[in-house]
Design a protein around this ligand. Structure first.
Ligand SMILES: Cc1cc2nc3c(=O)[nH]c(=O)nc-3n(C[C@H](O)[C@H](O)[C@H](O)COP(=O)(O)O)c2cc1C
Length: 196
């Protein structure tokens, strides 16, 4: 079993990466033999959807734009579960927007044209973490949840606020809500979802 952590922050050593890493650690603790991988969007070139509809409208899950999107998508497809971490920007980093909009466009045409096969990421358990400078993360989570709905993934939720996933505000070690601990617990829930 393999879980991929997608770090949407432009800072590789930032809080988003720490939260994603904590989810992966929790998942590894909960499931023997589970492997984890990290994908830093900061290291990739992923441009915006061109709205050309040339290839994606005819061939399921193929995009005409050639950049790192294809390899990112291949790694997401290959994983059994996915963790996505985003910082609160306005509302999220543009590179993560680019990944989401490109993928949502492919999913849209897959659904529209009545292609018989499943969506590429269909039923994959996923989990979300958000890092903020102190602000609320609701808009980021709702964006990510809509992304999960459009791509037919299965988000794992938590019993405590903000329910959609785990938020870390400011310095993670000083945040009294203990986001790193909560992120490890989210990882355990994700591992459980993988086994179901
Ligand atoms: C463009 C931009 C916009 C941001 N907007 C907000 C905001 O509205 N509210 C907030 O609490 N933090 C905001 N932040 C701070 C980041 O959410 C915070 O520093 C977060 O930890 C960044 O993630 P990172 O540590 O992975 O880089 C913003 C940061 C950037 C770069």
């Amino acid at each position: 079993m393999k879980v991929l952590g997608v770090v949407g922050s432009m800072r590789k050593e930032g809080n988003t990466g720490k939260l994603v890493q904590a989810v992966l650690e929790g998942a590894k603790d909960a499931a023997a033999g589970l492997r984890t991988q990290l994908l830093h969007l900061a290291s990739l070139e992923i441009g915006p959807c061109q709205g050309c509809y040339e290839v994606c409208s005819k061939t399921p899950y193929k995009c005409v734009v050639k950049d790192d999107f294809q390899s990112a998508l291949a790694r997401m497809e290959d994983a059994d579960g996915i963790v996505i971490g985003s910082p609160l920007y306005f509302p999220i980093p543009s590179r993560l927007v680019a990944l989401c909009e490109r993928l949502v466009c492919l999913a849209y045409f897959h659904g529209q044209r009545g292609h018989k096969g499943a969506h590429l990421l269909e039923d994959k358990p996923c989990a979300f973490v958000v890092a903020t400078g102190g602000g609320e993360a609701g808009n980021v989570f709702r964006y990510l949840f809509e992304f999960a709905m459009a791509t037919r993934m299965n988000p794992v939720t938590v019993k405590h606020y903000p329910y959609y996933g785990v938020v870390g505000r400011g310095e993670l070690e000083k945040d009294e809500d203990r986001p790193l601990e909560a992120a490890r617990e989210l990882g355990r829930l994700l591992a459980d979802a993988l086994e179901e």
